[in-house]
Design a protein around this ligand. Structure first.
Ligand code: GAL
Length: 762
């Protein structure tokens, strides 16, 4: 009888209190356990459903407890009340994949996402509704936001996916970083946030709601932090846990920009310092960035690759050492879960940015030694021992005695990825191309569109964002004896089109694109007009719509004017304003409409052999769109993972006139691995499920240089280190080496700084 009552009570507790906030605000409590939670962002439409199990599994193996994703409204509701949850958009399947892997889920419904996603995730039809203003107390907006949010919540509830229903989702988010932009919205902004909170609460999801970067988040919304560092963050309600929803592992890339890089040491430092200072939930944004397929990249100018320098690279490969070094950190933090979430916290300040934080419970204590000085190492004396903490690093001692981890001491290998040419037997090294020109006669010669207006419109209004391309066309008549005709005449276009191509009477007169972050520019070209009717045809091209900022929905895109013709003769300049002319509009291009990318007459090629991710290198091309087997893989530099063999077609739409002869398919894989590790550590070398083929360099002593350019130093072990490692590693998929004199022999130099540097070829 007693045990039965106990059982009933247990069931009651676990089903009602799946996720809650601990009463002292120190932690998230799941099924009665206070947790240290490590989470990572993986956005489902930025990879394919075939990739999800592997990515999520790698997240779990990397020491994550949870996977986070936004929900992308414009992808799911491309046309009002018509929904799409197929393929890459199968949100439920993604959440179930997380569940199958035994991980928790964090669902950021928004439905504003930002995320470098086209228009921040808002559908453009929403903008085109009468009287619409986004993200404020605008009735039409709130109705649509509530409609979509409710629908997502209902879908998820129906599948019992909230933790309150026994499912994996422990947290849900409403809005996104509104606090960063709310100033310009004034009182309405404040009222809107209250409405968001009430609306979310009314949906009864049974798990806590978060609002990131919202320091007026109304109770019981949890205010969380986003940034490169969040250790100083204090939630507006001190009785809520200190949570970090976006720890940026790198950054996004823009066309023309560099590949972003954030060092592994610095990411690890930021996480360790966050937990040193009472943090309880850390989510990596991104853990796997992936690819902006099709037209999903946001703007201005976000690239197709959303690699983000994340722990898993764009193709799902381990980005080492980031992945492995963070995995070790997660393991150490998890081992201290009890002390971190229950312990009394005390801090010792040693000056010069050095500090010790002690978490103490009855059972024991755990310590962090922090050194926030960027230039000098710190020596910390603690309980009779002395510890060196390198500059800008944190040492973790789960028992306050032995160093288990230091954020600046990397023992994980560095993997150098290589791209190899396609080795499928029947595929020639250069691809065979057939091509079709875009027939533009109707536009550039006749100026014939689908609709006419005596006004220049923003591109979004006309296209509903069904295409990147919009023709603006008009006709201008000149009398035979017009005194300006044939002289110095020019066409001048005030433009907010990221890219513009201009034609007069069928002749191409030039193009321009926005540069250096200036999306408002003037295109001006000398033009010879003729007497009678002239056709001006302007092709305006968007490259991802803006996704961030107050009122970003009304940032102009397209040709908003004025447009004018200037004529000059000896003593006079006249300007003819064409802005209120009759303009014809035509959305899209013929090749897209006729689905040339589905054409059967193309020459076929065979997909590369094996399971390595496949990338297409569009070397030599200008700007355009690429499709593989009819799937739009994105603008420029596209990447695609082929899951099957067989005939494949690659179709390109090239709008700047590039040369496809250098385009080729490649596979990406680990080419070589390196490590540079201090004595008394172990290193694991692994070629990611392929055998190690040779040891190119190995020296135990004081070697110099970096991966790919290691050199021997002034001292080294007299044993042949290359031979020892060759024996241990070559032919194996991985090997573990003790960096010790027992294993490698004694170098003829003393001191604590002896290291093993090794480069292995995969
Ligand atoms: C944040 C935003 C994310 C993403 C990130 C930068 O401000 O919440 O969605 O845009 O910046 O990658």
């Amino acid at each position: 009888m007693i045990s039965l009552r106990f059982l009933l009570c247990f069931i009651f507790v676990s089903s009602v209190y799946a996720t809650i906030v601990s009463h002292d605000g120190r932690a998230i409590t799941i099924d009665g356990h206070r947790r240290v939670l490590l989470s990572g962002s993986i956005h489902y439409p930025r990879s394919t459903p075939e990739m999800w199990p592997d990515l999520i599994k790698k997240g779990k193996e990397g020491g994550l407890d949870a996977i986070e994703t936004y929900v992308f409204w414009n992808a799911h509701e491309p046309t009002r009340r018509q929904y799409d949850f197929s393929g890459k958009l199968d949100l439920i399947r993604f959440l179930k994949t997380i569940q199958d892997e035994g991980l928790y889920g964090v669902l950021r419904i928004g439905p504003y996402a930002c995320a470098e996603w086209n228009y921040g995730g808002f559908p453009v039809w929403l903008h085109n509704m009468p009287g619409m203003v986004f993200r404020t107390t605008n009735k039409a907006f709130m109705d649509e936001m509530q409609n979509f949010t409710t629908m997502i919540v209902d879908m998820v509830k129906k599948e019992n996916l909230f933790a309150s229903q026994g499912g994996p989702i422990i947290l849900a988010q409403i809005e996104n970083e509104y606090g960063n932009v709310m100033g310009p919205y004034g009182e309405s902004g404040k009222a809107y946030i209250k409405w968001c909170a009430n609306m979310a609460q009314s949906l009864n999801v049974g798990v806590p709601w978060i609002m990131c970067q919202q320091n007026d988040a109304p109770h019981p919304m949890l205010n969380t932090c986003n940034g490169f560092y969040c250790d100083n963050f204090v939630p507006n309600n001190p009785n809520t846990p200190k949570m970090w929803t976006e720890n940026w592992t790198g950054w996004f890339k823009q066309w023309g920009g560099k590949n972003p890089h954030r060092t592994t040491e610095d990411v690890a430092f930021s996480v360790a310092r966050f937990f040193q200072r009472g943090g309880t939930f850390n989510n990596y944004y991104m853990y796997h960035g992936g690819t902006n397929f099709d037209r999903t990249a946001g703007g201005p100018y976000i690239t197709t690759s959303y690699d983000y320098d994340a722990p898993l690279d764009e193709y799902g490969n381990l980005n080492q050492p980031k992945y492995g070094h963070l995995k070790q950190l997660h393991d150490v933090l998890h081992s201290m879960e009890k002390t971190l979430t229950y312990g009394n916290i005390s801090t010792i300040d040693f000056g010069n940015s050095a500090s010790a934080t002690i978490y103490k419970t009855k059972e024991g204590s755990s310590c962090f030694f922090g050194n926030g000085n960027e230039n000098s190492d710190a020596t910390i004396s603690f309980r009779g021992e002395s510890y060196v903490v390198p500059a800008w690093s944190i040492t973790i001692l789960p028992d306050c005695k032995n160093e288990a981890y230091n954020t600046a001491k990397i023992t994980t290998q560095t993997s150098m990825m290589v791209k190899k040419p396609n080795e499928a037997e029947d595929t020639p090294s250069t691809l065979k191309w057939s091509w079709r020109p875009e027939n533009m006669d109707n536009f550039v010669l006749k100026g014939k569109g689908e609709s006419t207006q005596t006004q220049l419109f923003d591109q979004k209004v006309v296209t509903n964002d069904q295409s990147d391309y919009l023709w603006y066309m008009t006709t201008v008549k000149f009398k035979k004896r017009d005194p300006f005709l044939g002289k110095n005449m020019s066409l001048r276009v005030n433009c907010t089109a990221p890219v513009l191509h201009a034609f007069v009477n069928g002749k191409y007169i030039g193009n321009q694109h926005a540069e250096n972050g200036k999306f408002n520019y003037i295109f001006e070209k000398d033009v010879k007009f003729k007497s009678g009717r002239n056709v001006i045809a302007l092709l305006s091209i968007t490259v991802g719509l803006a996704n961030y900022g107050a009122f970003f929905e009304s940032k102009p895109a397209g040709i908003t004017g004025p447009i004018s013709i200037t004529g000059r003769n000896v003593d006079e300049t006249i300007v003819k304003d064409l802005s209120a002319h009759k303009w014809s509009y035509k959305t899209g291009l013929n090749g897209f409409e006729n689905q040339l990318f589905r054409t059967e007459s193309m020459s076929k090629w065979s997909a590369p052999l094996g399971n390595d991710p496949v990338v297409v290198d569009l070397l030599g091309l200008g700007k355009g769109t690429a499709w593989v087997n009819g799937n739009n893989i994105g603008r420029y530099w596209p990447a695609f993972i082929s899951s099957e063999n067989g005939d494949n077609t690659l179709v390109l739409f090239e709008e700047m006139g590039g040369n496809p002869s250098l385009v080729n398919f490649q596979t990406t894989r680990v080419g070589s691995v390196c490590a540079n590790v201090y004595e008394k550590n172990t290193i694991e070398l692994s070629c990611d499920r392929k055998p190690i083929s040779a040891i190119k360099f190995a020296s135990f002593g004081n070697p110099d240089g970096n991966c790919g350019s290691f050199e021997k130093g002034t001292c080294e072990s007299s044993n042949n280190t290359v031979d020892i490692l060759t024996q241990e590693c070559v032919g194996k998929e991985k090997c573990i080496i003790d960096v010790s004199t027992e294993k490698l022999g004694a170098p003829d130099c003393t001191g604590s700084a002896r290291r093993l540097a090794v480069e292995a070829i995969c």
